[in-house]
Design a protein around this ligand. Sequence first.
Ligand SMILES: N[C@@H](CCC(=O)N[C@@H](CS)C(=O)NCC(=O)O)C(=O)O
Length: 209
Amino acid sequence: MELYFAPMACSIATRIALYEMGKGDDASFHRVTLASKTLEDGSDYYAINPKGQVPALRLDNGEILTENAAVLQYVADLAPEAGLAPAYGTMERYRLQELLNFIGSELHQKVLAQIFNPFAPAEAKAFARDEVAPVKFAVLAEAVKGKAFLIGNRFTVADAYAFFVLSLCPFFGIDLGRWPSLQTYYEGLAARPAVARAAAEEMALMKPN
Ligand SMILES: N[C@@H](CCC(=O)N[C@@H](CS)C(=O)NCC(=O)O)C(=O)O
């Protein structure tokens, strides 16, 4: 299994999932430079993933799987005993899919990706930060009120994806302090050894040599 990632991009959720499951050593990690769509050897990343985005996961049979919601569930299902995704066919599994889609489409793409996009006009960024974010993040804040995890009392891949989104907020002008439940939830996730390890490793890759 090979994970194509960019440091501190949403692909960190898959790294976190692998570490949580104790399967970090079963994967190799290939760094992608998203600006140039190249790998470290200079080769064309579009040849791996025509979408030019991370994450992409090369499975042991050579197939490439993309899209966070699919990649995270695939990885979680490699070790069901780790509990990173509720069992297929259960209502909780649909809740997981509901959350992965909400985090991906509403928080990641409609808010963070807009603020991050260097080509987005200032008005679009301000709208995402000041109008959309408060409404969408309030939903997540409500979902974790008095809880350490989004689903039941176990860490799932939805928490891994939420960690990515929340970790960017302070850099994108979104103050988590306005939602105490989100702040507490985020701090709890950040303190998990697997999450802290993934974040430390990827932060180190962002430092200029
Ligand atoms: N729909 C994709 C979106 C993934 C995504 O937005 N990845 C970002 C990094 S966090 C990316 O690769 N951006 C570069 C680009 O879109 O060209 C998914 O859910 O996996």
